[in-house]
Design a protein around this ligand. Sequence first.
Ligand SMILES: Cc1ncc(COP(=O)(O)O)c(C=O)c1O
Length: 405
Amino acid sequence: MKRIYFDNNATTPVEEEVMAAMLPFFTDNFGNPSSLHWAGREVKQVVDDARAEVAALIGARSDEIVFTGGGSEGDNLAIIGSCEALRAGGRHIITTAVEHPAVLDTCRWCEKNGFRVTFLPVDRRGMINLRQLERAIDHDTILISVMWANNETGTIFPIAEIGEIASRYGVRFHCDAVQAAGKLALDVNAAGVDLLTISGHKIGAPKGIGALYVRRGLELCPHIHGGHQEYGLRAGTHNVPGIVGLGVACRLARTRLAEDADTLAALRDRLQQGITQRVEHVQVNGHPEQRLPGTLNISVAFVEGEGLLLHLDMHGIAASSGSACSSGSEGASHVLRAMGVKDDLLQSSIRFSLGRHNTAAEVDEVVAVFADVVARLRAMSPMLMDFNGIECDTYVECAIEEDHH
Ligand SMILES: Cc1ncc(COP(=O)(O)O)c(C=O)c1O
């Protein structure tokens, strides 16, 4: 059976060039970059080179890049590290209701430890209201943490505008750019971001490596203590192969960015068009324009999302429900819930996320299988039997029209 992978927001394969660059650092060049002898010296340089590549992807300086064990660690270091460093100046954090759990749960942890958190709501397209953000800032606010792009719907937040508001009020701004890196052009200075998280495995590097951009001069408390590595912000012997891989993946992402984004957007549009033309009663979730090029999140009325995923999987197609846990209404996507997606569609949602290895032929295959599977599931659906001809359009009504700005 042919296998089709449409879950690139979950993780991506390690690029061949990345893998080839990493291999010598497991064996021949195995040194510890903190060692002073030849074995250490020869890898210290490659760690510095990789740091420069990561910095170049986001418009930063090399000495502003801290290597981490991935996106979750970067988010934790940025948020908890800021709270600890700034607690004398205030105890209020602002974030959004649709962040990844790496930010949401970290903010909730801060809440249990003496901080106050505002979780900004989003509109039906998954967008925040900048006036609401500005009104939420008070004398006690020390940190704003807003993601660049949402992992479930692909909705892109107006990061430069948020950066401008944060700097006007003198509030530190952290941005989780795990899903945006390699897909959108990022410039930390133009965007006014103070801390920015990226993760290797979303951009063709291995799992377990990432980086946190820390604006020069910013005070941050480490939470992994021990050695002096990473400017004292993240102790532990460097993951040299992972770092080398991240550096190469960032270089490839930077050089291919525009081309990859165009290709992905075209494939995503083909998928969206194919599905909406062939399958009735589907709703596209997310912003119609401000959306990551490869992400398509849809709700399919009268079909249970998990069943749909399983059937696609049986045909070799990997997609996702978008949220880690989707069984039971309690576990329904917090993102779609915050967007006001109707209860009966919450459990009927599926996310396709395309990557640079996907093709138009794969898209066409997925559309055909999807239409077939949905038709079969609907034929058996008790939900559809209950559905006695009410306006079908209710279910296609897309969250796009309303503008709360
Ligand atoms: C937006 C976002 N932030 C953070 C993470 C966590 O990254 P990692 O898997 O590298 O810990 C993810 C992973 O899905 C993500 O999508």
